[in-house]
Design a protein around this ligand. Structure first.
Ligand code: MN
Ligand code: MN
Length: 454
């Protein structure tokens, strides 16, 4: 944002200095978000909760081929794992769609298909980690189990263990320091091999059998047997609630900020937008953390099918609709961390409390794998942000030679839709508990709102 004192220079703005009148609103918004985070630890839970929020605003299920007219509000639930919300605007559909696309999957420890085993007095679940985790962070911490077991008759059994304060939690052991001399000498990435990420589920033998006793407990509570794990999606996630962090309560500590801290602002902005001109769409995608492949990932043709159907139903031209659409790929960026400042290039890093983050490009090395939004699109977005006085900044993930990453942006851009990444700075991204700032969350919400109406 342009510095008002000296219009020739550019300086980032700090939310607390730029918009003190909005501090209370930001804190209030964070309460609703924290509740969302606590209800949505998996993509399935995020879909369910987001549908409930949309239905409360009059959104109805969409099936292909339905008629639609301006003002209609729909959601498309893709297998319970990804979600599309859309609202038909008053302007011709050939003017394009304003799309925001976040993802609702987060790094975690999935159970393997044959997970249960017993070894020397312990029963365990074997896990296969999902997404980019640092394995050493997931040991010696309480874990909850979330997901579904689908039986051969089609019955879907919802499982949540470890969130109620009376529930047991699961746990992966680590070495005591007294015996960890050799482990401590290993590179961090090798200190905890994936095959040691086994969650303890029991130690009590009944009729001499620990594993069978655990299976009996699961059978009694959920009506499942060991073979039902063959058609299950169960994930170990950090147990417990998100909460305020910092003595001044300016931050939120919780699991899965990446990317629910973008999903929630994108959804609430769509639901709250009063301007009825543009057709709006919010996509909550699955599988971003593993490359956006598969039926619930952003690379699935479902997005194209939906835009095509909306276009047809409103008498538009599919290619023209895409050409005129605009997208914010809503994903987090790495917050500049003073404790690890050497991996960041500070002028182009996302600073905490300096607002929502626009990343013109992502990728690694020479921008490999990026869609690199055009200068024209960035200029348009600058105008959008300026009109609502949104506190925003641009950022790259870190120093050019240090690493990199990608988002769903390129998959939407590949459909001939102008797309840029917009999100929130996150500290300790992909750790079991991540940190964001309430101010940045609120400015992301205001940015999505501005995008929906201008
Ligand atoms: Mn992400
Ligand atoms: Mn991620």
């Amino acid at each position: 944002m342009e510095n008002k004192e000296n219009s020739l220079a550019y300086n980032k703005r700090n939310f607390y200095e730029a918009l003190p009148e909005l501090v209370d609103a930001a804190c209030e918004y964070a309460v609703g978000y924290t509740d969302y985070l606590n209800k949505c630890k998996t993509e399935r839970e995020a879909v369910r909760e987001s549908i409930a929020m949309a239905e409360a605003e009059g959104y109805v299920p969409y099936t292909f081929g339905m008629d639609m007219k301006p003002g209609d509000k729909f959601y498309y639930n893709n297998r319970g794992k990804s979600l599309f919300l859309f609202r038909i605007g008053s302007e011709p559909i050939n003017e394009g769609i304003r799309i925001s696309a976040a993802h609702i999957d987060s790094p975690r420890l999935d159970l393997k298909q044959v997970p249960v085993f017993e070894d020397n007095g312990f029963a365990y679940f074997k896990t296969h980690y999902y997404g980019g985790i640092r394995k050493y962070q997931w040991v010696a911490t309480p874990l909850a189990l979330h997901g579904v077991v689908v039986k051969t008759d089609g019955t879907v059994v919802d499982v949540v263990i470890g969130e109620d304060e009376n529930d047991p939690v699961l746990y992966i052991s680590d070495l005591l320091p007294h015996l960890a001399a050799e482990q401590s000498r290993k590179p961090l990435g090798e200190a905890v091999p994936a095959e040691k990420l086994n969650m303890i589920i029991g130690t009590r033998p009944v009729d001499g059998d620990i594993k069978n006793n655990v299976l009996a407990i699961l059978n009694e509570k959920y009506g499942i047997t060991e073979s039902d794990f063959l058609s299950a999606e169960l994930s170990g996630v950090p147990a417990g609630l998100a909460r305020d962090a910092g003595l001044d309560r300016s931050l939120i500590a919780g699991y899965g900020h990446d990317d629910r801290c973008c999903a929630y602002p994108a959804v609430t902005a769509l639901l709250d937008c009063k301007d009825e001109r543009h057709t709006l769409m919010c996509i909550l995608a699955d599988k971003e953390e593993t490359g956006s492949d598969g039926v619930s990932g952003m690379q699935c043709v479902l997005t194209a099918d939906l835009i095509h159907s909306i276009s047809d139903a409103l008498g538009g031209n599919y290619a023209q609709v895409r050409a005129n659409s605009k997208c914010l790929s809503a994903d987090v960026s790495a917050a500049f961390d003073p404790s690890f400042s050497d991996v960041f290039e500070k002028k182009n890093a996302a600073l905490i409390n300096c607002g929502t983050v626009l990343s013109k490009y992502t990728g690694a090395r020479g921008k490999s794998g990026t869609s690199d939004a055009s200068a024209e699109y960035l200029a348009w977005l600058r105008r959008v942000m300026e009109q609502d006085n949104v506190v925003w900044q641009t950022a790259e993930l870190g120093k050019t030679d240090v690493g990199g990453g990608g988002t769903v942006a390129k998959f939407i851009a590949n459909m001939n839709i102008d797309t840029v990444d917009l999100g929130i700075p996150v500290l300790s991204m992909h750790a079991p508990i991540e940190i964001i700032a309430k101010s940045d969350l609120y400015e992301a919400y205001r940015a999505f709102l501005a995008f929906c109406k201008y």
